[in-house]
Design a protein around this ligand. Sequence first.
Ligand code: NAG
Ligand code: NAG
Ligand code: NAG
Ligand code: NAG
Length: 432
Amino acid sequence: MLQIPISSIPLLVSLAVLCVQAVRVPQYQQLLPLREQAAIQDAWTVERLSNVPQLLKKYEVDAWLMSQKEYAEDTVFWSLKSATQFSARRRTVDLFLANAIGDASFAYNWIDNTPEVWSELRSVLEAHNVSSIAVNADTDISFSSGLHAGELEKIVQELGPKWENKLVVEAMVGVEFIATMVPGRLEWYHRLQETAWAIITEAFSEAVIEPGVTTTDDVRWWMRDKIQHLNYTTWFMPDVSILNAGDPFSDLPIAERKIIQYGDLLHCDFGVTALGLNTDTQHMAYVLYPGETEEDIPEGYLGGLKQVNRLQDIVKSNMKVGTTGNDILKTSLEHMRNEGLGHSAGTLIGMFNLQEGVEVLGDLPLLNNTYYSIELSAEYFIAERNQTMNFYQEEDVYWNDETNEWDWVWGRQEKFHLVRPPVDGVFRIQGL
Ligand SMILES: *[C@@H]1O[C@H](CO)[C@@H](O)[C@H](O)[C@H]1NC(C)=O
Ligand SMILES: *[C@@H]1O[C@H](CO)[C@@H](O)[C@H](O)[C@H]1NC(C)=O
Ligand SMILES: *[C@@H]1O[C@H](CO)[C@@H](O)[C@H](O)[C@H]1NC(C)=O
Ligand SMILES: *[C@@H]1O[C@H](CO)[C@@H](O)[C@H](O)[C@H]1NC(C)=O
């Protein structure tokens, strides 16, 4: 399959690269039986819960109260629940205390539909002399705004004015609780990310794509079926597009053409879900023409990928723990301008996975014990096409305690995935 000109020095170099790459071919990672997965998840939940009193102290609140009814759960419920819980039951009330008195528990849970829940709640608040109670009633941040309007009304009604006066909104409590990734999760996150890479690698290859026949939708549905076959799930429909003709994230019309052809530059936005964790990755692929090898990828495309890799390095190096997303954005843009990367603000999109709109969420501080998605694109002029194109990349990172910097969970894309032309007799002779 390799068409290598014999007796040339670059041959040795490319062989060396191939060998190194072979070690890093992502493999499908099998999940454990559901019962074992549940035990792992529940252990993580216990570990996360044990951290709540410290979290409340950090944000200077005395207690954290959540109340919800079956089918109308608080956003935080999904991070609190056990692996065998599929919804809240009746009225489910959770209370956490920063400073439980004596040997008393710091965590309380009621599943009840009688008024008794409220009298018991009041007596716990009373017994611990609680002075402020955080509720998830933020106006902007979804992770801290899961308290339903009717439920807040009920709390106020049942607790009375004395406790109503102590209700506060501290958005970071919900955000940090949900975002906190206990160390044991990393090993599994790595496996999930490797599986996501393995699915993309197979999807973006001649095993799945036949130029002139396969459509981008065929690839998307192949990915969905593959996820199911591996007993994973996902949290968004995989996106696959042809980049040459249009830009999937701009206001310009997206390429109408869906049938993949030779010479196409492909893009995907893809993630998997398992064990309560989600991954998020954007990669690109190039479809080689018959007779072409990796050496024939247009220079412009290689330059675009290098450019977006540089951008990733810049953003990653500016992700200082404690600074806000907006600060990181600003510093990164300055950094890029200094390097003459000619980048405009609009092309840096959704840098962190807690950001929908930079206006509010961009002011949140960067936390170290969580995972972030670095999602960005670089504009690059493609001489071969006389056209400027966007090069998209997205990769998840975690904080590495040993090196004190962010590391890619599995890796980052430095080479295009390749859809190789069919190897038929005629073609091989041409190649030699
Ligand atoms: C209860 O807390 C208040 C301040 O919030 C304090 O003044 C008071 O002494 C505390 N009472 C007890 C019994 O701890
Ligand atoms: C998926 O789950 C089924 C049923 O538990 C099991 O038989 C199969 O081996 C699993 N497949 C993979 C790839 O883990
Ligand atoms: C994370 O940052 C906090 C300060 O925000 C610090 O106390 C803690 O030691 C850091 N943890 C790690 C693992 O670096
Ligand atoms: C490249 O495109 C520009 C407009 O986008 C056009 O003015 C120019 O003539 C084109 N150059 C070539 C060589 O086609």
